[in-house]
Write a protein that binds this ligand. Structure first.
Ligand SMILES: [Fe+2]
Ligand SMILES: [Fe+2]
Length: 331
């Protein structure tokens, strides 16, 4: 939808949008760029709905990266070896970097970062519901890497071709690191699965807990996802939620075999006729409840984020003071 500069009553009293000549030219150029499957850049005219949708999506994505550091950071001090600790630290740092690329991309749409951050800290902005589940055992580091980063990859690879330039380019860098994240998770599970009976049980338990929430990371079924169509028409989204979920299920079914672990889904099978994976019904009531703030760790995650923000105030102040001093000198 284009931004309406004014509305007037048209035939039959219906309200009709009237665009200024500049907006009309901008809309025509925008439509052309989208039709050519080319890229919109920050300087280009864009419909207000496109700007809003992207600001919401990219900032939610940034928030997810930052909040997503918490369940794993929780295990850095308890990683079972120096090697595992170094890998996990690198992974959690990568997620911070992803957050930074994405906040920068979101800012190019016109909303400053402190405003986006405020939306997160006050609980007005959403982030991926998966990060409101606790990471109970070391095997959860494996399940999160394999399933959560795996679902993130399935979601994000097509976003490398998103029509908004800064978002697509950020996703290219992010996806390279995500594939390492998934492999390190897979490898943790593989080692546990080939370990003692107790270790294998721990790996299976982690997969049991993260399987369903990871399938829900793709969002509600297509029929309940009214905004998806518009996002696809704008070349932001390339595949529907259900299509992405299908790809992901197909991928993890084979990988689970290599791991020697089972996916906790009695309904799971490939339906030759439709060419689709059939999986259990997902608990969308739980999904909505977690998204609304009532998951097992929502309050804790936000509280921790607020504390970290306060603890980092001196860094921001020092950076701002240094920037002011540098500018003064240059002037
Ligand atoms: Fe990430
Ligand atoms: Fe990741």
């Amino acid at each position: 939808m284009a931004e309406h500069t004014s509305t007037q009553a048209g035939d039959g009293g219906r309200l009709q949008a009237v665009l200024s000549p500049e907006d009309e030219a901008g809309q025509a150029r925008f439509d052309e760029i989208i039709a050519q499957d080319s890229r919109i850049e920050p300087r280009d005219w864009m419909p207000e709905g496109y700007r809003k949708t992207l600001t919401r999506q990219v900032s939610q994505h940034a928030h997810s990266e930052i909040i997503g550091m918490q369940p794993e950071a929780n295990w850095i001090t308890r990683a079972p070896s120096l090697k595992r600790k170094a890998i996990l630290m690198a992974k959690v740092q990568d997620e911070a970097g992803h957050g930074l690329y994405l906040y920068s991309a979101a800012e190019t749409l016109g909303t400053p970062r402190h405003v986006l951050n405020e939306q997160l800290l006050t609980g007005r902005a959403k982030y991926s519901s998966i990060f409101n589940y606790p990471a109970r055992t070391w095997a959860d580091m494996g399940a999160i890497g394999w399933l959560v980063d795996g679902a993130a990859i399935a979601n994000q690879v097509p976003l490398c071709r998103a029509s908004y330039g800064p978002y697509g380019r950020a996703m290219v860098r992010i996806c390279k690191e995500e594939s390492f994240h998934q492999r390190q998770g897979f490898e943790i599970l593989l080692e546990l699965s080939r370990g003692t009976a107790e270790q294998k049980k721990m790996a299976q338990d982690a997969v049991n807990r993260f399987y369903e929430p990871s399938l829900m990371m793709f969002g509600p079924p297509d029929a309940d996802s009214p905004n998806s169509k518009q996002s696809m028409a704008w070349n932001i989204k390339r595949f529907s939620n259900d299509d992405l979920r299908q790809r992901f299920v197909g991928m993890i079914v084979e990988q689970a075999k290599v791991l020697g672990l089972t996916l906790p889904d009695p309904d799971l099978r490939f339906d030759e006729e439709s060419g689709k994976w059939i999986h259990q019904d997902l608990n969308w009531d739980e999904f909505k409840a977690v998204l609304a703030g009532n998951g097992p760790c929502n309050a804790q995650r936000l509280q921790r984020r607020r504390e970290a923000h306060e603890d980092g105030a001196w860094v921001r102040e020092a950076a701002a003071a240094y920037a002011a001093k540098t500018n003064e000198k240059a002037a």
